[in-house]
Unconditional design. Structure first.
Length: 137
């Protein structure tokens, strides 16, 4: 009986972990779709009200409102671009992603971390890993 309870408990934990990973992946997929379109409404829905976006390369931290306001400039920059991404790891509520930003005139490989709470992004940190080539995502 104890062995059966352990198996059931282990299965429940695995199922919960798979569900959490799927939810994280869905949020991240929707993030890049919205970012590619500069979809302010979708980004606002994905970000928690107290979210922060950290751009490591330029030492800037933006609030949700500041990030959404930056979409005017981003919209022109992302025109004609594609974004590919792959999850590197997930630990707890934080997922690390490699993302290739393939702009019409350049490419950038970024490492981005997403921390989520209650189905929303509470923190996003971005740092450039390489310019000119994207490698694996």
């Amino acid at each position: 009986m104890k062995a059966l309870l352990r198996v059931v408990a282990t299965a429940a934990l695995l199922l919960a972990a798979v569900h959490a990973f799927a939810q994280e992946t869905d949020i991240i997929d929707r993030w890049y779709q919205a970012l590619l379109k500069a979809d302010r409404a979708a980004l606002a829905e994905l970000l928690a009200d107290d979210a922060t976006i950290r751009l490591e390369d330029i030492s800037v931290t933006q609030t949700k409102a500041e990030f959404i306001a930056s979409m005017d400039e981003w919209e022109a920059a992302v025109s004609g671009a594609t974004i590919r991404h792959t999850v590197e790891s997930t630990v707890g509520d934080t997922t690390t992603v490699l993302a290739c930003y393939d702009f019409p005139t350049s490419k950038m490989l970024m490492r981005e971390t997403f921390t989520t709470r209650d189905g929303r992004i509470v923190a996003n940190t971005q740092v450039t890993v390489g310019d000119g080539a994207c490698g694996s995502p």
